[in-house]
Structure formats: structure tokens, C-alpha cells
Design a protein around this ligand. Structure first.
Ligand code: BGC
Length: 775
């Protein structure tokens, strides 16, 4: 098994990561970092030829966002209402395989002599390029150059160009293109963050199609019942004889080529995946054939051009430029690139905690989407943000069903973790109990409507979700004898504290949620009576409900400790014993791998930002002094064992003037995966932390806050940087913010005009005066 301490040092380059040695030690990790994806297909960065290194140093995974197998969850001691079915992202057939034989010797970089080796993942072309020179044990020397892409323009497609040049011989080579369906998922073992509990193969062979340059493997998942077609078409430049072979679920096209010394042979492979999650079963094969035929007719170079165009547009909207810190510049672009590679954009899929780069957290979607990842897409690519919201709307019927299972007569309760909408959390104290997921979703809808002004969305979908989810607070809360509204027996964001009464974050977010739901209802009733009647009928809204929501919100109990003058994480948190940090050895972190949950729950110790997150999301409800005191208190008891933590601490540190801390926490987030600081990047990237980097710049250093649709900035420049710059979509305009020394330049790049605040001063940009520079 790969050591947790592995990290790979890449040259600090602004637009790529580059590896210059073939390393078995870091191979598992590199597979994640060099993974390619397009929000649907994910190919780990394993080499086309496979890998013969030591056991446990590779996971040659291929994933399809939203394509899952399901399995029953078995509880030896069951209880009513526990999640019954797990869904997990499957490792699907590996269609990228290309083996190379020089006469009778198989190319393997771990045999013979590797003279040179370089692999580059380029964030502007989206192409993974590998070049090497190698001499076989019997002295045949070749140059190999391969390029791989997963198309951003065509969801179902990936392509590889593989070129071999014999350098010191003429004779025969063989290129074997394969689709390997004998694949299975990684087993989870003791780490809850790793893989799924399933063992063995989930995909069963249904049929195959094979012709000289084409193969398709047709399989069905055993329990979820989906049909999957994995197909590839190959194209070889040169004179070759082609044969086919198949051994159960592994198919090959074998090209035998007569080669001349110094002359290159090029194999191009187009691969695709189609499943019955997207289309009718009868269409899958013909769709695959059509996609591959179109791609082959265009050719690999044309696909690269499409890829570059897509990325040029993406960077044009999403790029964050930082000068003065190359490590950071590389980290932030790497993160944004991986976010784009990970995010589902068809309205039926979302973004999982590890994207499509690995099996950690089983491909599940969490609140990570709404609270961490959503802002990045909302302000950079609002059309993608909207797709994430569409996904939640599609899950509303199942969320209603889940609410009934949880004995709520009304409303909808979203699952803590899921793929297709059912609750998949088998450990309810840190799963289902996190009811804040409902408020998190409502929060993202509010943010979306305020940033885009898209009222149609609210009328069509948003209002229904917000009202249905708000009702759950009325189902689980109650007034106490002093008339305060209490929410008991929930878990807040901090997973080192569970099943508590009045978690500050939950209550404060529930209050926002209830007020938002009531405001929507009141405004519609007053301004759009027909829409109001339609939506009220849809959710069977009682006319008294909005007033009840307002009252519960107004009376919401928000725990505050008068002696410490801080917000209490919940009713009991501050009365617990503080964790003995001084006597906890370094190797006992993360605590979750070394202590029974109850041991952790008995103490004041946080895995991640909880109250501190509320300080960010509900920024205007706190004074700066509140924020500073809360930060100081909770920082001292937080382990940051969750990768979701540091970015939030960085942002609040920046706001309260702790510039050194803001910078350090930010650095931890920005290169969390590149430097493998959590020691588990080999199981997949951490998408929430990646997006947390973007928040760290916009919310943290630039001090951006959006309160009720009004935007304000309070920029500061970390002393390590010369300048930074980012762009944002707001109210239909595109704004560029550039912070340079003491000055900030705001430029309106698109749109008629935009108004916002800069350090309390109103700024208005218009087409006539699109640029303002302020101190
Ligand atoms: C965190 C959760 C998060 C999950 C998936 C856990 O370690 O505590 O807040 O949703 O990881 O990223």
C-alpha cells in the first residue's frame, strides 16, 4: 500500500504539471493528479500499456459520473429508517489500453532501460502528453509519444494518439488496443474515506460487437440494472495486418506492423461510453458507433483544437492570476482545471467529493457541492451552476419520500450522500443527522437567484425546493418553555461532534432558510398571484405556513456564551472537556482513524469549520469582534482533519486581520492535492477544497461578500504577491477585479453596467466608464 507521506515535486509552472521520471513510489498518487475527465468520463492517469509495479501502487480506474451500482446495506443491528441501499460509482471497463510489442518483447518502462521520460498535463489544451525513449532488454530502442484527451465538447468521448518510432532497428512491432471489462472496485478496508464495501465484479457480460477496427463490450450492472456500452475504434497510419481476439470480457484489436528504423507508426484510438442512465437501451450501440465515426472523421488534431477552444473560453471566465507565488499559481489553476473535469453538467449528475478521479467516498455527492463548489461555478460559469441546481430539482421526489421515511408528514429531506437521490449514508450520526443539507441547498438557490437575477428559475423550480425543504425545520423543531425555537438531535458540519441540540450553524442556516421561504411566498402572493397559486397548489401550501416560518425564524435559538462572548457550537459543546492536543501524537491524526467516534464526541474538538463557516455564509449577522473571538476560540480546538476546513479558516482570518494565518491556511488548501497534504489524494482529488481555493481569493483576500444580492469588496494583497486578478459574473455582467499593491482596478468586461461597494464606497461601472481604480 502506498505510503501516506508520498508527495511528488513538480517544477512550478503556471499552466501545467510536469513529471520527469517514472516513479513506482508516487505512481498511485500520479494516477489521480494526471487524471483526465469531462464531468462524465474520468480516466485515471494510468499509462496506456498498464502497469507492472508493486501491488498496491496502482488503481487503474475508469469512471462515469452518475453511473452506479447499488447494493443493500446490511446492519447486523438494524433500526427503523436507516438508509437501506448504497449506490456507488463503478469502475467501468478500461478502454484506453494500448500494449506495444517490439518483435517478441513487450514494452514495460520497469524493464529494460528508460532513457528519458516526461509527462505533462496541460491546463490550456486539456491534453495529457507523454514522451519517452526506451531500450528493451534485448537492445531494441524506441521513442514513444502518446497524447490523451477526454473531450469537453462530446460528453461520451475520449481519444488517444500513440506514436512509436523504432530508433535502432527495422522489423515488426505489434500494437494491441484493448477494452478490458474484467474490472472491479477497490475495497474500502478500515478507512471510511476510501472505497466501497463491494467486492467482486458488478458488470455482467451481455454481448460484444467486433469488426477489424471496432470493438464494443456490452454489460449490465447486477443490481442497478443499467446497460453499458464501452466501445473503441482504432485507426492506424502505416501498413498493418489486423486481427481481433476476445477472452471473456477482454477484447483486443491486434495490429502487426512492419516498421523501418526512424519511421513513426501512429495508432489513434477513439473510445466512448454510453449507458442506459442516459438513453434507451436499444440506442446505445448505434450512438457509440456514430460518436466514434464522427470523431474518427474529424481526427485527433481536430479534437485537440475543440478542446483548446473550450478551455480558452473557460479560462477567459474562470482564471485566477497571481503573481509572486508560482506554487500557488500552479495550485489554483490545477484546482480549477480539475473542478471543470469533475463537474456533471447534464442536470442529472452532480460533482462528487473526489470528482471522477478515484473511488474515495464512492462517487457520492454531498453538501460540498452547494457550500464549497457552487460559488466557483456560479461566478465563473453560471450555466454550469444552474445544472447543479437542476440536479437537486430532479431529486425532489426522492427527498419527499425520504422525509416520509423520517416521519415528517410534510416537506422534503435531501440525502446526506447519494448519487441518484436516495440516502446512502450508513452511519447516520455523521450522515442523515446532518439536516443542514436542506438549508445548504436553499442557500445555493438564494445565491444563484441573487447573482443571476434568474427569476424564471425561482418560479419554475427554486421556490418549490425552498418551501418543501423549509418545512422540515417545522417538523424537527419546537418552541421551548421560553418561546425559543429549538432544533434538537442534529449534527452540524463538524463531524467530530454528533447528535446535538441547537447546533449553531444548523439553527442559523435554518433561520435564513425559513425567512427565505417565507419571503418568496409573500412576494409571490403580493406580486405574482397566479404563480403563487400554482406553486401553492403544487406543494399544498397552507396560507398560514409562511407566517409560521417567519415566527420560527424570529424565535430561533442561536446559542451564545455570555462568559466567553462567543457563539456556542451547540448546547453542550462548551461544557465538554477540551481534547488533549498536547498529548496527541502527530501520527494519531486524523483522529477519525485512531479513536472510536464516541471518544471524539465527548470532547471539545472539531474536524472542520462549523461556527466559523456560519461567520462566512451569514456574514452580516456578526460584528468583526464577534468574528475574531469565534475564530480564536474555534481555531484552538480544530484539527482540520477534514479538507473542507482550512479554506474557511483562511477566509475568516483574512477578514479579522490575521494576514499570516490567512495566507498559511490558504496555502494548505491551494496545494492540498498537489502536495498530498492529507495523505489520501491517491484515492481522488478533494473537489470541495479545490473550490475553496477560489473562495479563498474572492471571499478571503478580495473580501467579497454578497448579501441580499448586494456585492461588496474589501481587497487586500498578501505581502508575498505582486498582484492578483479574477473575474466574476454578476447580474449578467462580467467583472474583472485586479488587486495591485494599494490599488484595486475594477473593469466591466461585459454587460451594460454594474454597481457594488468597495470598502464601503459605492462604485458604478457603465459602458461609458467601464474601469475604475480605487485605493
Ligand atoms: C467531511 C464532510 C464532507 C465529506 C465529503 C467529510 O470528511 O467531514 O463535511 O462532506 O468529507 O467531502
Amino acid at each position: 500500500m502506498q505510503s501516506d507521506a508520498i508527495k511528488h515535486t513538480y517544477p512550478l509552472e503556471p499552466w501545467c504539471i510536469r513529471e520527469t521520471s517514472f516513479d513506482t513510489e508516487s505512481h498511485f498518487l500520479d494516477e489521480t493528479l494526471f487524471a483526465l475527465g469531462n464531468g462524465y468520463i474520468g480516466l485515471r492517469g494510468t499509462h496506456e500499456e498498464g502497469y507492472t509495479g508493486p501491488r498496491g501502487t496502482s488503481l487503474d480506474g475508469t469512471y462515469l459520473n452518475g453511473f452506479y451500482e447499488s447494493e443493500s446495506i446490511h446492519y447486523p443491528e438494524a433500526a427503523y429508517g436507516l438508509a437501506k441501499t448504497n449506490q456507488f460509482m463503478l469502475n467501468v471497463p478500461n478502454a484506453k489500453g494500448i500494449a506495444l510489442w517490439l518483435e517478441d518483447e513487450r514494452f514495460d518502462p520497469l524493464q529494460g532501460t528508460l532513457h528519458s521520460y516526461e509527462r505533462v498535463l496541460d491546463f490550456r489544451t486539456g491534453v495529457l502528453r507523454r514522451t519517452l525513449q526506451w531500450t528493451s532488454p534485448r537492445g531494441r530502442k524506441v521513442a514513444i509519444e502518446s497524447r490523451r484527451l477526454v473531450s469537453f465538447a462530446e460528453k461520451h468521448l475520449f481519444a488517444i494518439e500513440y506514436e512509436v518510432t523504432p530508433l535502432n532497428f527495422s522489423g515488426h512491432i505489434k500494437l494491441v488496443s484493448s477494452i478490458d471489462g474484467e474490472v472491479k472496485n477497490q475495497e474500502a478496508g478500515d478507512d471510511p474515506r476510501v472505497g466501497s464495501a463491494v467486492s467482486g465484479q458488478s458488470l455482467r457480460l451481455v454481448g460484444v460487437e467486433q469488426s477489424p477496427h471496432f470493438s464494443a463490450l456490452i454489460q449490465r450492472t447486477a443490481n442497478s440494472g443499467f446497460l453499458l456500452v464501452s466501445a473503441a475504434q482504432t485507426d492506424l497510419r502505416g501498413v498493418a495486418e489486423v486481427t481481433q481476439s476476445r477472452e471473456f470480457q477482454r477484447m483486443e484489436q491486434i495490429y502487426s506492423v512492419a516498421v523501418m528504423q526512424g519511421e513513426a507508426v501512429r495508432l489513434t484510438k477513439y473510445g466512448c461510453y454510453y449507458s442506459s442512465r442516459d438513453y434507451a437501451e436499444g440506442e446505445l450501440l448505434s450512438r457509440a458507433q456514430a460518436t466514434l465515426a464522427i470523431a474518427a472523421a474529424k481526427g485527433f488534431r481536430a479534437l485537440v483544437v475543440e478542446q483548446e477552444q473550450y478551455l480558452a473560453d473557460f479560462w477567459n471566465h474562470a482564471d485566477v492570476e497571481i503573481s509572486g507565488d508560482d506554487a500557488l499559481q500552479q495550485g489554483i489553476r490545477f484546482n480549477e482545471f480539475h473542478l471543470l473535469q469533475s463537474v456533471g453538467r447534464d442536470g442529472r449528475t452532480n460533482i462528487s467529493a473526489k470528482g471522477v478521479t478515484g473511488e474515495g467516498y464512492e462517487g457520492h455527492y454531498f453538501w460540498d457541492t452547494e457550500i464549497y463548489i457552487f460559488p466557483f461555478f456560479l461566478y465563473s460559469k453560471p450555466e454550469i451552476a444552474k445544472k447543479l441546481l437542476e440536479y437537486r430539482y430532479a431529486g425532489l421526489p426522492l427527498a419527499r419520500e425520504r422525509a416520509r421515511q423520517m416521519s415528517h408528514a410534510q416537506g422534503a429531506l435531501y440525502p446526506w450522500r447519494t448519487i441518484a437521490g436516495v440516502e446512502c449514508s450508513a452511519y447516520y450520526p455523521a450522515g442523515t443527522a446532518q439536516y443542514h443539507i436542506n438549508a445548504d441547498i436553499a442557500y445555493s438557490i438564494k445565491l444563484y437567484v441573487e447573482a443571476t437575477g434568474d427569476q424564471d428559475y425561482l418560479l419554475e423550480y427554486g421556490a418549490e425546493i425552498v418551501m418543501e425543504t423549509a418545512r422540515i425545520w417545522m417538523g424537527i423543531g419546537a418552541y421551548d418553555r421560553q418561546g425559543r425555537y429549538r432544533i434538537n438531535e442534529v449534527t452540524g458540519p463538524d463531524e467530530y461532534t454528533a447528535l446535538v441540540n441547537n447546533n449553531y450553524y444548523t439553527n442559523a442556516m435554518a433561520r435564513m432558510h425559513l425567512d427565505f421561504a417565507a419571503a418568496i411566498a409573500e412576494r409571490l402572493a403580493a406580486e405574482r398571484p397566479a404563480d403563487y397559486r400554482r406553486i401553492a397548489a403544487l406543494v399544498r401550501l397552507d396560507e398560514n405556513e409562511p407566517a409560521q416560518w417567519r415566527r420560527a425564524a424570529a424565535q430561533m435559538l442561536l446559542p451564545y456564551d455570555e462568559a466567553l462572548r462567543i457563539h456556542a457550537q451547540d448546547d453542550s459543546f462548551l461544557d465538554k472537556k477540551v481534547w488533549d492536543f498536547a498529548n496527541t501524537p502527530r501520527e494519531n491524526y486524523p483522529l477519525l482513524l485512531n479513536y472510536h467516534p464516541m471518544v471524539i464526541y465527548r470532547h471539545q474538538v472539531c474536524k472542520q469549520a462549523d461556527v466559523v463557516l456560519a461567520l462566512l455564509l451569514l456574514s452580516d449577522q456578526f460584528t468583526l469582534e464577534d468574528k475574531r473571538r469565534d475564530f480564536d476560540y474555534y481555531e484552538a480546538v480544530t484539527t482540520h482533519d477534514s479538507s473542507l476546513s482550512s479554506c474557511i479558516f483562511s477566509i475568516i482570518a483574512a477578514e479579522v486581520g490575521y494576514h499570516g494565518k490567512a495566507y498559511d491556511y490558504f496555502m494548505e488548501t491551494a496545494r492540498l492535492d498537489l502536495d498530498n497534504t492529507h495523505g489520501n489524494t491517491h484515492y481522488g482529488v478533494h473537489t470541495a477544497a479545490m473550490a475553496g481555493t477560489w473562495m479563498g481569493v474572492a471571499y478571503g483576500f478580495a473580501g467579497m461578500r454578497v448579501v441580499d444580492g448586494k456585492v461588496r469588496f474589501a481587497p487586500a494583497l498578501p505581502k508575498q504577491w505582486q498582484h492578483y486578478q479574477f473575474k466574476m459574473h454578476l447580474h449578467g455582467a462580467l467583472l474583472q477585479v485586479r488587486v495591485d499593491g494599494e490599488r484595486t482596478q475594477y473593469s466591466l468586461l461585459q454587460g451594460d453596467g454594474l454597481a457594488f461597494e468597495h470598502r464601503g464606497q459605492r462604485v458604478e461601472l457603465t459602458m461609458a466608464a467601464p474601469v475604475k481604480e480605487l485605493a
